[in-house]
Design a protein around this ligand. Structure first.
Ligand SMILES: [Fe+2]
Length: 268
């Protein structure tokens, strides 16, 4: 399982706050930066720990996975927007709008005002057989992640522009049934009037698949390392007894014990 160090978690958080400070400003009629900092201060303790999903084979189902994912999507959205622009796309939204939507598309995964959305899965069976590291908190009122994001922003008086709303609302693309009427319309008047949603969906989808790949490679590496250790444990245990001198025997059993401890740890 992928794990972030305390330093990586802190670095990601600092970077997130830096993006807020660099991107948003207060104006006379909109204290957007102040309100965002209020919201991030309010959620800091929970947001910094939140995973981006509950199942390990989805993406970033580890402590700090949420902030890591949001930064990943934001970086990719900015890069993809440049690519679209270079290729001739009409960009009729600002970088601020793109970054606002990217940063908050999964905000609902933090939970409601008091409770976490993801809680550790207590069932050993579900952890082992289903890869469920976290599960949904049953104490929360049901809402889609996107609806909860909008609800939470509302709690802090954060008003969205139309581009931000459309971008955030449609980041899941057609994976969300409710988005169908926005993406597929036979009436030309109802088509999307900006590319912001396509770019955000591409960024989110790309980040999610890459995060999944990183986890898969980590699993393979872990399995290979375990295999290697098991075969070295076997080798030290299968030396012909007749050939062993007493001192050698002691060394071997100590070596086997060390390997055993390394592999299986303290099971008490
Ligand atoms: Fe996402």
């Amino acid at each position: 399982m992928k794990q972030l160090t305390a330093e990586q978690i802190q670095e990601n958080w600092n970077r997130l706050i830096q993006i807020i400070d660099d991107t948003f400003v207060d104006t006379e009629d909109n204290e957007r930066h102040t309100k965002l900092r209020e919201m991030y201060d309010y959620f800091e303790d929970r947001m910094v720990m939140a995973p981006a999903s509950g199942k390990e084979h989805y993406h970033n189902a580890h402590i700090g996975g949420y902030v890591e994912h949001v930064l990943h999507v934001t970086d990719l959205a900015v890069k993809l927007k440049k690519m679209w622009e270079q290729e001739g796309a009409t960009i009729n939204f600002t970088d601020e709008e793109l970054i606002f939507a990217a940063l908050h598309h999964d905000l609902g995964k933090v939970g409601d005002m008091d409770k976490d959305y993801y809680v550790p899965q207590e069932s050993e069976w579900h952890r082992k057989n289903r890869g469920e590291i976290f599960t949904h908190n049953g104490d929360l009122q049901y809402m889609t992640v996107t609806d909860r994001a909008i609800f939470l922003l509302n709690q802090f008086g954060l008003v969205m522009s139309e581009n931000e709303y459309i971008g955030l609302r449609l980041t899941d693309g057609l994976y969300e049934e409710a988005n169908k009427s926005y993406y597929i319309s036979w009436n030309p008047d109802w088509g999307l009037k900006s590319n912001i949603a396509y770019i955000l969906h591409a960024a989110d989808s790309m980040a999610t698949h890459i995060e999944q790949n990183v986890w898969e490679r980590g699993q393979t590496e872990e399995q290979e390392a375990t295999k290697e250790r098991v075969s070295s444990l076997k080798k030290s245990l299968t030396v012909d007894d007749g050939e062993k001198k007493p001192q050698q025997q002691d060394q071997l059993s100590k070596k086997s014990q060390d390997l055993f401890d390394e592999l299986f740890g303290d099971k008490k």
